[in-house]
Write a new protein. Structure first.
Length: 707
C-alpha cells in the first residue's frame, strides 16, 4: 500500500521517477533507520552521472543532518526509465553508468563490496559488486553491505582528524628534495622532504572520506591514517590497487601504503613475502618491508555464484589454491634515511638523470635474479613500477652529505623464481602477464610461454627508458604523443595481431631506432642515442637468432600445387590477413611489401649476431654499458622539454635523418623540437578469466630505512 504512488512509474522519465521514488519511500518510512536522498555526484564522477542519482544514508550519519555527502552513502540508488526486460546486464548504457559509480565508491570508501539499488520504472534490481564482478542479492548490516571492518571512518571532531590536519601543515624543518650537496652539519637521519608532506596535504580533500586502516604486523596490528588515494587503478573489476601517503599513528611518520586485491590462485605470492626475502638478502633499491598480512577473512564470491548459476560453464575453480583464504595488506619502508615517499619517474630532470635512475633499478633486478637467497624475476617492469627516491648519501669521511635521486623498483607481487620453467596453467599463465605496453615482443607473440626470461625483463627496461625519453626529452620527433601511441599501443607488428606497437619493428626488423613516418632515425642528439642503439642492437640480434632457431626446428615445407589461372572476369577478394595496421588512421599496407622494406636480404644470424644476442641473456652488458654511457661528458643538462611547453606543429628534420644507417651524434647541440604532451594511460594487467575470484586488498606503505 505504501508504494501505491509508484503504479505509474513505468511511464515516467528519469527525473520524475527519481523525485517520486524518494518522496514515496521517505514519506512511508519504509527504511526505519535510513533515508533516501538525492545528492550531487562527486567531482570525479560528475561527468558520467546525472543529477537524479541518489543514495541511502543511515540516520546516524553526521552529514545527513544537513546536506548529505556522497561519501557517507551506504547504498547507491540509480534510476532508469522503464525498458522491456529491465535487465541492466543487457543494456550497456545502464550497466556502464552503474559501473562508473561503483568505481568511485571503491576508491573513496573502504569497501569489501558494494550494493547498488537500480530502479527501472516499477521494477528494481539490487546488485552486489565486488572486485570480481557483480551479482544480484540483498543484505543488512555494514559488514554485509560490504564495508571493510579493518577500516574505520575518521570524522570531523575526531582526534585522528585533527592529527591529520596538523601533520599536513607546512613545517620549517621540511627539506628540499632536489639533488645537491648538504652542509656538513646537516644530518639526514630525520629529514622529511617537503614533497611528501605536500602529497599528504593534497590527499585531505574536502569531498573525500578519511579512514584509519588496520594493517597486520606479525601477531599484532599497526594503524595508519589515510585520505584520498594518491594513486588508484581504474575499473570496478580487477585488482583495484590503491596507494596512499599515510600517517603512521605510532611514529607520526609519512609512509606509502598500498592495498590491492589479488587472485585466489596467487595466494602464495604476497608482495610482502617477496619484499621480506629481498630485504633479508640485502637487495638494494627496493622497498624495505615494515609489515604485511592478509586482511581478516575477505574474499570475493562472484565466481561461486556464477558456478551455482552455470555449473556446466568454465567458471574458475580455486580449490587448488594454497594458504589462507584471506586478503592481503603489505606495509613497506623505502630503503633510505629519514621518513619519505617515492615519486614518479616522469619527474627526472634530464636524460642523464633518467638513465641513472633506470640503472639503479636494473641493478636491483640483477641482485634479485642472481642472489642465491632470492633468484627472483620481477615480471612486471613498467613505467609505473620504477620510482624516484631522494636519498641522503654520506661521504667516505662521514661528514660530507648530499641528496641524490636514486631509482626504486617496486610492485613485486608478480615475482616468480628464475628457474621456474614448469608449463603454466591457465591461472598462472594469466598472472604471468605484466603491463602490456612494456612487455617484450617475445611474450606478446607467445603469451603461453611457461616462463619469463632475463632477456624479456631487460627488454622491458629498454622500453621504459625509450618511453620516458620520447615523452619528456627533446628529439627530432614531431609528435611524441602519436609516436608513443603507435610504438606502445596501436601497431600489430609484421604478420601478427597480438604484439604491441612499433616496438616489434624496432627490435626485430629495423636497421635503427626509427620514426616510421617518414622512416628515419629517431635522434635525441645526446649520449642517449648511443645508449638506446647499443642496447637495441643486442635485442635485434636476439630476435634474429630466435627466428633462425625456429626455422631450423620446423619441418621442411611441403611443395604446393600452383593454383589454376583465374578465369576472365572472375572477381578478386581482399583478405584482412593481408593487412598490417600502422595505427588507427593509417593506410592499409601489404604485409609482404612491409616485410621486404624492413628485412635485410639475408637475415641468417652471423657469429657476431649470436655474440650480441648472448649479451642480454644476463645483466652484465646492460649494467656496464649504461654505467659507461653515464660517464660521457656530452650529456646536456637541459634536454628535458619544459613543462607545458607547446610543441610546434612541424619540426625541421636533420639532414642525416634520411640516411639508411644510423648516424653518430656529434656536437650534442640540443634541438628544441617538441609536440603536444598527453597523459599515457597504462593498460591494466591482462588477466585470465580465473581472476574473477579475488582475494582482498594488499596494503603497502613506504617509509625510509636507516642507511
Amino acid at each position: 500500500m505504501a508504494l501505491r504512488a509508484l503504479q505509474t512509474a513505468d511511464s515516467l522519465p528519469e527525473a520524475k521517477l527519481s523525485e517520486l521514488f524518494i518522496n514515496t519511500v521517505n514519506t512511508a518510512n519504509i527504511l526505519s533507520c535510513a533515508t533516501v536522498s538525492s545528492l550531487p555526484s562527486p567531482e570525479e564522477n560528475r561527468k558520467h552521472a546525472v543529477i537524479t542519482d541518489a543514495a541511502i544514508f543511515r540516520h546516524n550519519s553526521t552529514s545527513v543532518v544537513t546536506t548529505p555527502s556522497w561519501t557517507d552513502q551506504i547504498v547507491s540508488v540509480v534510476f532508469s526509465p522503464y525498458f522491456p526486460g529491465g535487465d541492466p546486464f543487457d543494456l550497456t548504457r545502464v550497466f556502464n553508468r552503474i559501473s562508473t559509480i561503483v568505481d568511485v565508491l571503491f576508491a573513496a570508501q573502504q569497501r569489501v563490496f558494494v550494493f547498488v539499488l537500480l530502479v527501472i520504472g516499477r521494477s528494481f534490481r539490487l546488485i552486489r559488486w565486488d572486485r570480481a564482478g557483480a551479482i544480484r542479492i540483498s543484505a543488512l548490516d555494514d559488514s554485509t553491505l560490504g564495508f571493510d571492518p579493518s577500516a574505520s571512518r575518521v570524522l570531523p571532531g575526531d582526534v585522528d582528524f585533527l592529527r591529520m590536519d596538523i601533520a599536513a601543515l607546512e613545517h620549517s624543518t621540511d627539506g628540499d628534495h632536489s639533488e645537491r650537496d648538504l652542509d656538513s652539519e646537516v644530518s639526514g637521519d630525520h629529514i622529511v622532504f617537503r614533497y611528501a608532506r605536500t602529497l599528504f596535504r593534497s590527499s585531505l580533500a574536502t569531498d573525500w572520506p578519511r579512514h584509519k586502516l588496520r594493517v597486520p604486523c606479525g601477531s599484532s596490528w599497526r594503524y595508519y591514517l589515510v585520505g584520498k588515494p594518491t594513486f588508484r587503478a581504474d575499473g570496478a573489476i580487477g585488482r583495484g590497487t590503491r596507494g596512499y601517503v599515510a600517517l603512521d599513528c605510532e611514529t607520526r611518520r609519512f609512509v606509502w601504503l598500498k592495498d590491492a586485491w589479488r587472485a585466489a590462485y596467487m595466494i602464495s605470492c604476497r608482495e610482502g613475502d617477496v619484499l621480506e626475502k629481498l630485504n633479508d638478502a640485502g637487495v638494494e633499491n627496493v622497498p624495505t618491508l615494515v609489515c604485511h598480512g592478509d586482511i581478516d577473512d575477505q574474499v570475493t564470491v562472484t565466481a561461486d555464484w556464477w558456478a551455482r548459476e552455470q555449473p556446466s560453464s568454465a567458471a574458475p575453480s580455486t580449490s587448488s589454491s594454497q594458504g589462507s583464504p584471506t586478503s592481503s595488506a603489505t606495509l613497506v619502508e623505502s630503503a633510505s634515511s629519514g621518513t619519505e615517499v617515492a615519486f614518479s619517474l616522469r619527474n627526472a630532470q634530464n636524460g642523464r638523470q633518467l638513465t641513472s635512475i633506470v640503472l639503479d633499478t636494473v641493478q636491483a633486478h640483477c641482485q634479485a635474479a642472481t642472489n642465491p637467497k632470492t633468484l627472483l624475476l620481477h615480471r612486471d617492469i613498467s613505467a609505473g613500477n620504477i620510482l624516484i627516491y631522494p636519498r641522503v648519501r654520506h661521504g667516505k669521511d662521514g661528514t660530507k652529505h648530499a641528496i641524490v635521486w636514486t631509482g626504486m623498483l617496486c610492485d613485486w607481487e608478480l615475482a616468480k623464481p628464475v628457474d621456474d620453467q614448469r608449463a603454466a596453467s591457465n591461472a598462472s599463465r594469466a598472472s604471468q602477464m605484466g603491463t602490456y605496453q612494456f612487455m617484450s615482443v617475445n611474450l606478446l607473440t607467445d603469451p603461453s610461454s611457461p616462463s619469463v626470461t632475463i632477456a624479456d625483463e631487460l627488454e622491458s627496461f629498454f622500453h621504459v627508458l625509450l618511453y620516458y625519453s620520447l615523452r619528456y626529452l627533446r628529439s627530432n620527433c614531431e609528435s611524441p604523443a602519436s609516436c608513443i601511441a603507435n610504438y606502445f599501443n596501436s601497431y600489430a607488428g609484421p604478420g601478427r595481431l597480438l604484439t604491441c606497437g612499433w616496438k616489434s619493428l624496432a627490435v626485430e626488423l629495423d636497421a635503427f631506432l626509427s620514426l616510421q613516418f617518414p622512416h628515419s632515425p629517431l635522434l635525441f642528439d645526446s649520449p642517449m642515442d648511443d645508449l638506446l642503439e647499443g642496447i637495441l642492437q643486442c635485442f635485434r640480434a636476439h630476435y634474429n637468432v630466435i627466428r633462425d632457431d625456429l626455422r631450423k626446428a620446423m619441418p621442411p615445407p611441403r611443395r604446393r600445387t600452383p593454383p589454376p589461372p583465374e578465369s576472365p572476369g572472375k572477381r578478386m577478394t581482399f583478405s584482412v590477413s593481408d593487412i598490417v595496421f600502422f595505427g588507427e588512421d593509417a593506410n592499409e599496407v601489404d604485409e609482404d611489401d612491409d616485410l621486404d622494406k624492413h628485412r635485410p636480404a639475408d637475415d641468417t644470424p652471423s657469429e657476431r649476431d649470436r655474440a650480441l644476442a648472448r649479451k642480454i641473456m644476463d645483466h652484465k652488458f646492460m649494467l656496464e654499458y649504461m654505467t659507461q654511457t653515464l660517464r660521457d661528458t656530452c650529456w646536456p643538462e637541459d634536454d628535458r622539454i619544459p613543462e607545458r611547453q607547446n610543441r610546434p606543429s612541424t619540426a625541421v628534420q636533420p639532414a642525416a635523418a634520411a640516411a639508411t644507417s644510423r648516424p653518430q651524434h656529434g656536437s650534442h647541440k640540443k634541438r628544441r623540437i617538441a609536440g603536444p604532451e598527453r597523459t599515457h594511460a597504462t593498460l591494466p594487467i591482462r588477466l585470465h578469466g580465473s581472476t574473477r575470484r579475488l582475494r582482498s586488498s594488499v596494503r603497502t606503505a613506504t617509509v625510509c630505512a636507516r642507511s
